[in-house]
Ligand binder design. Structure first.
Ligand SMILES: N[C@@H](CCC(=O)N[C@@H](CS)C(=O)NCC(=O)O)C(=O)O
Length: 219
């Protein structure tokens, strides 16, 4: 039976689950859920996810939201080995540290920096840009000390979460990513290695970036 998956390509959390499912060979029944039309505010959607966020997953009646929880669920339930989400407590703890870093620091700071695009007068705060750049600097260091990927020497769930965030940052053009050597090398390598990367992450990130750029330009 297929897993229903409510999502929008523009959303970085949604894209990280798509990359994870692809790597696990899990088929998702993707249901485009347009936030702009309020498709996440219907009684049916709220019955499934009272927080009315995307992504949301329905695995034959098991409803789950929070992208990183969906990713770890899919890896735990459908992973053929523990490569993406190691069972060793220390290796797993590093993956989880990166997932929490993405949610609580990197993605959060990016969101805080670009949040004025939701309003009419888009003025970006340079102090918030510094905080975002600080987080990207930390990520650069993690990749260097881990051995080439976010949480080790090979791709894990951490890379799928963080690459969705980084692709959105790149697409908006608000930060020069080339200043982060290890991050840039990792980003280029993952683009070539991750199954379905262009379709599942790049294209949606570009749509998101174009939206943010148009708001910054006052269009
Ligand atoms: N931490 C959540 C964030 C989910 C989230 O905020 N999604 C946004 C789109 S990127 C959303 O659904 N916004 C609509 C709403 O909150 O009503 C996750 O990773 O799944």
């Amino acid at each position: 039976m297929k897993i229903d998956y409510y999502y929008m390509p523009l959303s970085a959390p949604c894209r990280s689950v798509l990359l994870t499912a692809k790597a696990l060979d899990v088929e998702l029944n993707c249901k485009l859920t347009n936030l702009l039309n309020g498709e996440h505010m219907t009684p049916e959607y709220i019955a499934m996810n009272p927080q009315h966020t995307i992504p949301t997953m329905d695995d034959n009646g098991f409803h789950l939201w929070e992208s990183r929880a969906i990713m770890t669920y899919l890896a735990n339930k459908y992973g053929k080995n523990d490569s993406l989400y190691p069972k060793d407590p220390k290796a797993r703890a590093i993956v989880e540290q990166r997932l929490y870093f993405d949610m609580g620091t990197l993605y959060l700071r990016f969101g805080e920096y670009i949040s004025p695009v939701r309003g009419k007068d888009v003025t970006l705060d340079p102090e918030k840009k510094k905080k975002l750049e600080e987080a990207l600097g930390w990520l650069d260091g993690f990749i260097h000390t881990s051995g080439g990927y976010c949480a080790g020497k090979h791709v894990t769930l951490a890379d799928f979460a963080i690459i969705a965030t980084v692709a959105s940052i790149e697409a908006t053009g608000v930060v020069e990513l080339a200043q982060y050597k290890h991050l840039s090398e990792w980003f280029a390598k993952c683009k070539g290695e991750m199954k379905g990367y262009a379709e599942l992450n790049h294209d949606g990130a570009v749509q998101f970036g174009d939206f943010v750029k148009s708001k910054i330009a006052g269009k």
